[in-house]
Structures are given as structure tokens and as C-alpha cells.
Design a protein around this ligand. Structure first.
Ligand SMILES: [Fe+2]
Ligand SMILES: [Fe+2]
Length: 184
């Protein structure tokens, strides 16, 4: 693959970096949630971590080449805290992607006629909206000392769509079949 326009290539590198960090951050926070006695939040973090991995893989694949440094746009926090703080960092990072980063990257890619990049940015944007909502839900639970009430989470391996409870027959974002979902 590969992209023609430098600005969209830069945005892909940035988003690849941001998603890679989110993937790792959520795995680290998952271990902390487990230790604090929130196994369902730990699982939620692992599942969402996989969704970010899907986004990172898609961005990376479209880049298709090049060597050099890149800046990472990120509204994320760094380091560990208690699970309540980590979840606050989680929804803030997701909200940065929803309100700032992905709409700008998506519109830039569309303006530049970069179809593959626009598709991967659009797919990520849709998943991040669900992630923000789930992190808010988990945060509310933790504030009252409870685990979140989600038993299973399904992630689309094609686009990262995140479905708590059960997998749909067809992914509403990328239209892949149910088989594309990985269960956590
Ligand atoms: Fe996310
Ligand atoms: Fe999908």
C-alpha cells in the first residue's frame, strides 16, 4: 500500500504511535485492576488493548514503508495510579482521539483523496467512542467500590469494533461477519 501525501503519512505515523502506546498502557493498567480485585475491569482493559492493537496494525500496514522519527499526538497520561485514576486517564485519552485527533486526521485524508487512510482513521474513531463510554461505565463502578457489570467483550479483528455482552451477526463498522470477532 503506501500513501501519496506527506501530511496524511505523518498523521498515520502519529496515530500508529498513539495506538501502540494505548495498547501497552491498557495492558499495564489491566494487571493493576486484577491486583485491586476488579477482574472484569482487567478483562475490559485487555479487550480494549487488543482493539488498539488492531488500529495500530491497520495504520502501520497502510504506511507501507519509510524510516525516521515521528511525533505522536496523544491526550494520554503516562504512568500508573489506582484503577480509578487509570480509567480517568483512559477516557480522557479516548476523548482526545474522538474530539480532536481522528476527526482532523479523517478529514485531512478525505481532502487528500487518501481512501485507505480515511478508512482506517474512520474505523478507529468509531471504536474509540465505545471505548470512552465503557471506561466511563467502569469508572462509575470503581468509584462505588464495585467491578464493572460486563462479563464478555468481543473485538472485531478487522476494525477494532468493540461489542460488550455479545458479538453482532455483522460488524456495524466494517461489515465483517461474526467470525471476525475475538472474545475476551
Ligand atoms: Fe480506544
Ligand atoms: Fe469490524
Amino acid at each position: 500500500m503506501g500513501v501519496k501525501n506527506a501530511l496524511t503519512a505523518e498523521n498515520l505515523r502519529s496515530a500508529y504511535g498513539g495506538e501502540s502506546m494505548a495498547h501497552m498502557r491498557y495492558l499495564i493498567w489491566s494487571d493493576i485492576a486484577e491486583k485491586e480485585g476488579f477482574p472484569k475491569i482487567a478483562k475490559l482493559l485487555r479487550a480494549i488493548s487488543f482493539s488498539e492493537w488492531v488500529h495500530a496494525r491497520n495504520h502501520f500496514t497502510i504506511l507501507g514503508g519509510g524510516i525516521g522519527d515521528h511525533l505522536v499526538a496523544s491526550g494520554a497520561v503516562f504512568g500508573v495510579g489506582k484503577t480509578a485514576d487509570n480509567l480517568t486517564g483512559g477516557f480522557r485519552g479516548e476523548e482526545f482521539e474522538i474530539d480532536q485527533m481522528y476527526p482532523v486526521y479523517l478529514h485531512t485524508a478525505e481532502f487528500q483523496g487518501e481512501k485507505a487512510a480515511a478508512r482506517t482513521f474512520g474505523w478507529a474513531l468509531e471504536a474509540e467512542k465505545i471505548h470512552a463510554r465503557l471506561f466511563h461505565e467502569a469508572h462509575e463502578a470503581v468509584k462505588s467500590g464495585k467491578d464493572v457489570g460486563i462479563d464478555a467483550i468481543f473485538i472485531c479483528d478487522i476494525c477494532g469494533h468493540t461489542a460488550p455482552g455479545s458479538a453482532p451477526q455483522q460488524c456495524p463498522v466494517c461489515k465483517a461477519g461474526r467470525d471476525a470477532y475475538r472474545e475476551f
